[in-house]
Design a protein around this ligand. Structure first.
Ligand code: HEC
Ligand code: HEC
Length: 468
C-alpha cells in the first residue's frame, strides 16, 4: 500500500547511474583504490570539497574551550543525578561509541536506579551536523522532496545538543533531578564550579535559568569540540580518503553495493547523505523520519500497558503532532546514523532487536514472512515447526492458520503512514525477499567497516567471513 503521505527519497546511486563504480564510493572518492573514474558534475565537486576539509575542522590538537572543559567534567559527574549514581556516561559510554555497554533494550535510571526508560539509547557520535527538526526539511541529497527531518532524540524534539542535555537531567527515569535549581545547586558545589564561573561569568550561579542554560551549552560544546565524538577513524574513512588500510575486501565492496542499490538493500536512501555538512564526510543518515513498523517490544516495561504506544513524532514524548486520525506523522522515527552500528547491542527506537543480523533480516522479511516478526492471533501452534522455518525471527513458533498482526505497535489508523521504499516495499507474504543470503552477509561486512577504530564490534564477523 502507498502511504498517504510518502516522502520518497531518490537513491543517490540513481544520480550517477548504475555501475560506474561500486555504489556510494563513486560519489565520495575517485572510486577508491580500484581506481575507476571519478563522477562528474556538481555532486562530485561538493563531495570533494567536503572530504578535503576533514581533519582541519576536527584537529585533535586543538584544546577544548572553557565551556567544553566544563562539559567534559559534567558528562562524567554522577552527582548531577537524583540517585547520585548516574552520569551522562553511564548510558553513553565513551568506550562504546557513547552508547550503552549492555544489551538492555532500555536503560534503568531514576532516584533509586530502578526505573526503566521507554527508548533505546543512541550513540552520541556524529551528531554534530544534525540540523534542528523541521516538518519540511530540505533533504541533504538535494533531490528528494522535503519531509520531516533533523533534531535530536528519536523524535527530534530537541533542536540543539544544548537543549537535549536538559532532558536527561530532569527526566524522572533518567538522571531524575527534581528541578533545574537542584542541578544548579550540584554544579555550584562541584569541584569544577570555579571553572564553570570562569567559562560563563562570575555571577552565573545567581540565576537558575541562566546557569541551567549554561550547563546545556557546556555539554553541547564538549560534544561538538571533542574529537572522540567524531573521530572519522573507520576503515570506511580510510577507503574514502584513499588511505593506507582502506581497501575494501570483495565482500565489503559487495556489501556497499547492496547498501546503495535502489533495487537491493536501498539502505542509502535513508541512511546516507551526499555532500557532508559542516565539512564532515558522510554520516550515514539523511536525518529523515519514516514509519517502518518496528515490532512492539514486550521487554520495555511501559509496554505492559496496552494504551502506551510510542508514536515517535506524534508523541507521547513530543506534543506538537497530536495523534489525531489521519495524522501523517504518527509512527515516524528518525533514521539514525549507521556509523558504529555494528557495535550496538540494541536496535531501533525500542531496542527490540539485539543483533545487527536480526535487524537486517527484519528489513528483508518484514513483508515476505511477517509471521517471524509479529504475533499470530488464532491459529494453532505446530508441535514441531517445519525444519526450514527460520529461527532468527522474534517469533520462533510456527502456526497453522490464524492471522498475523502486522505492525503490532502502530494503531491501524496509522498503518497508511508506513513507508513503502525498498527493501520494505510491501511485497506480498511468501514472495521472494529483496536480499539474498549472500547480500545479507556482505551487507554486514560492509556495515562493520563503519566502526571507528577504537570501537569493538558487538559480534566479531565469523573468521574469514568478510575476506572474499
Ligand atoms: C538513563 C540513560 C541516559 C542518560 C543518563 C543520558 N541519556 Fe542521553 N539519551 C538516552 C536516551 C534513551 C535517548 C533517546 C531519547 C529519546 O529518543 O527520547 C538519549 C538521547 C540523547 C541524545 C540525542 C542523540 C540523538 O541521536 O539524537 C543526546 C545528544 C544525549 N542523549 C545526550 C545526553 C547527555 C549530555 C546526558 C547527560 C546530561 C545524557 N544524554 C544522559 C539515555 C540517556
Ligand atoms: C525508508 C527509510 C529507510 C530505509 C530504506 C532503511 N532504513 Fe534503516 N532505519 C530507518 C528508520 C526510520 C530507522 C529507525 C526506526 C525506528 O526505530 O522505529 C532505522 C533504523 C535502522 C537501524 C537501527 C539502528 C540503531 O541505532 O538502532 C539499522 C541497523 C538500520 N536501520 C539499518 C538499515 C539497513 C542495513 C538498511 C538497508 C537494508 C536500511 N536500514 C534501510 C529508515 C530506513
Amino acid at each position: 500500500m502507498r502511504p498517504l503521505f510518502p516522502f520518497p527519497r531518490l537513491s543517490l546511486v540513481a544520480l550517477v547511474g548504475a555501475g560506474a563504480c561500486v555504489g556510494l564510493g563513486a560519489l565520495l572518492a575517485a572510486c577508491g583504490p580500484s581506481g575507476e573514474a571519478a563522477p562528474a558534475g556538481p555532486l562530485a565537486s561538493a563531495t570533494a570539497a567536503a572530504s578535503d576539509s576533514v581533519g582541519t575542522a576536527l584537529n585533535p590538537a586543538t584544546p577544548l574551550s572553557l565551556p567544553a572543559q566544563v562539559g567534559q567534567k559534567m558528562f562524567f559527574d554522577a552527582t548531577l543525578s537524583g540517585s547520585g549514581r548516574m552520569a551522562c556516561a553511564t548510558c553513553h559510554d565513551p568506550k562504546h561509541a557513547y552508547a550503552p555497554s549492555n544489551d538492555l533494550s532500555v536503560q534503568l535510571g531514576g532516584p533509586a536506579m530502578n526505573l526503566a526508560g521507554t527508548r533505546a539509547v543512541p550513540s552520541l557520535r556524529y551528531k554534530d551536523a544534525t540540523p534542528p527538526y523541521a516538518d519540511l526539511l530540505d533533504n541533504p541529497d538535494g533531490v528528494s522532496v522535503p519531509g520531516p527531518g533533523g533534531g535530536f532524540a528519536w523524535d527530534g524534539r530537541a533542536a540543539t545538543l544544548a537543549e537535549q542535555a536538559g532532558l536527561p537531567l530532569l527526566d524522572p527515569r533518567e538522571m531524575a533531578n527534581a528541578s533545574r535549581a537542584d542541578v544548579v545547586k550540584q554544579l555550584r558545589a562541584a569541584p569544577y564550579a570555579a571553572l564553570f564561573r570562569q567559562a560563563f561569568g562570575a555571577q552565573v550561579f545567581d540565576d537558575v535559568d541562566r546557569a541551567f542554560a549554561a550547563a546545556g551549552q557546556a555539554l553541547q560544546a564538549f560534544q561538538l569540540e571533542d574529537v572522540s565524538f567524531h573521530p572519522y577513524s573507520s576503515k570506511y574513512d580510510l577507503y574514502i580518503g584513499n588511505k593506507i588500510g582502506g581497501v575494501l575486501t570483495p565482500a565489503e565492496a559487495r556489501g556497499l553495493k547492496v547498501f546503495a542499490d535502489p533495487k537491493g538493500g536501498n539502505c542509502a536512501s535513508c541512511h546516507y547523505q551526499g555532500a557532508g555538512l559542516n565539512g564532515s564526510t558522510a554520516i550515514f543518515t539523511d536525518f529523515s523520519y519514516e514509519a517502518i513498523g518496528v515490532p512492539r517490544n514486550p521487554a520495555v516495561p511501559a509496554n505492559a500497558d496496552p494504551s502506551f504506544i510510542d508514536l515517535g513524532l506524534c508523541g507521547p514524548a513530543r506534543t506538537d503532532h497530536p495523534p489525531t486520525p489521519g495524522n501523517r506523522f504518527c509512527g515516524m522515527f528518525k533514521s539514525p546514523t549507521l556509523r558504529n552500528v555494528a557495535s550496538r547491542r540494541s536496535f531501533f527506537h525500542n531496542g527490540v532487536f539485539h543483533s545487527l543480523e536480526q535487524t537486517i533480516r527484519f528489513y528483508n522479511t518484514r513483508d515476505t514472512m511477517p509471521e517471524l516478526w509479529y504475533p499470530t492471533v488464532g491459529g494453532q501452534a505446530k508441535a514441531s515447526p517445519d525444519p526450514d522455518f527460520p529461527t532468527y525471527g522474534l517469533v520462533t513458533t510456527q502456526y497453522i492458520g490464524g492471522q498475523v498482526r502486522k505492525f503490532d505497535d502502530l494503531p491501524a489508523r496509522f498503518v497508511g503512514n508506513i513507508d513503502t521504499q525498498m527493501p520494505l516495499d510491501g511485497r506480498p507474504a511468501h514472495s521472494k525477499p529483496p536480499m539474498s543470503e549472500q547480500d545479507i552477509a556482505d551487507l554486514i561486512c560492509f556495515l562493520n567497516t563503519l566502526n571507528d577504530k577504537d570501537v569493538q564490534p558487538a559480534e566479531a564477523p565469523r573468521p574469514g567471513a568478510c575476506r572474499s
